[in-house]
Design a protein around this ligand. Sequence first.
Ligand code: ADP
Length: 270
Amino acid sequence: MPPSETPLHDGPQGVEGQPLIVFDQVVKRFGDLTVLDHLDFQVDPGERVTLIGPSGSGKTTILRLLMTLEKVTEGHIWVDGEPFSHMSRGSALVPASESYLRAKRKRVGMVFQQFNLFPNMTVRQNITEAPIHVLGTPKDEANERAGELLDLVGLGEKIDAHPTQLSGGQQQRVAIARALAMQPEILLLDEVTSALDPELVAGVLDVLREIAETTDITMLCVTHEMGFARDVSHRVLMFDHGRIAEAGPPDQIFGDPQEERTKSFLRSVL
Ligand code: ADP
């Protein structure tokens, strides 16, 4: 695949030596259900982190908080040293307003399990819609960039197709290109191959491997593809009941897990 000519995001991410993402004692409750329980973790600029753990352990909720689709119940999220879940008012932090969240959301791209492409738009329109209307990118520039990104995901010839004319794997690759078109600093991947027929999974994972190898975009990935997690991540976080049960480099988590919960989870998926 040809390399993209335009960098995937603007300028260097984060500040050297400082974490890009900080979860500080984050609690998320839905009614009586505590989904994230005083969660602390940090992600460095350019780091690729995979979240694993049983269903219901809170992994997707973490991504949704970073996509501003959910709000924290308690605690704070910081991105690049700035409040993300909250905003400053004088010396106090208050819950973020909608316009504050909208501005923050631009830094983050997410790819979902269900590709969520706009069915009535062509592939090109799916990719250029947000850059043109949210970032104010000139149409010619957005179109050129869409072409480059489609080459990156191996679908250059599908630019004028409609989503219904594409396989699930191709639609997911378009969804990846669409997320990257916003030049996010942080890419969130939520079980992006779970809805695909098995023979289409490898093509999508290959595209993500390519992006991981050729860019320094920060990635948070929820996946059941343990081989992919092992290849691509710098660090794996094992979740259980809204807390981190174990964290470490993939060789350690997959090769020599210490916690019984990690061992039993891995036995159930490998
Ligand atoms: P995971 O990604 O690890 O499977 P999730 O973060 O999706 O876990 O969900 C954690 C828990 O939160 C689950 O029990 C789920 O049912 C619950 N949950 C998630 N979103 C909502 C919501 N909008 N309302 C109520 N409960 C929710």
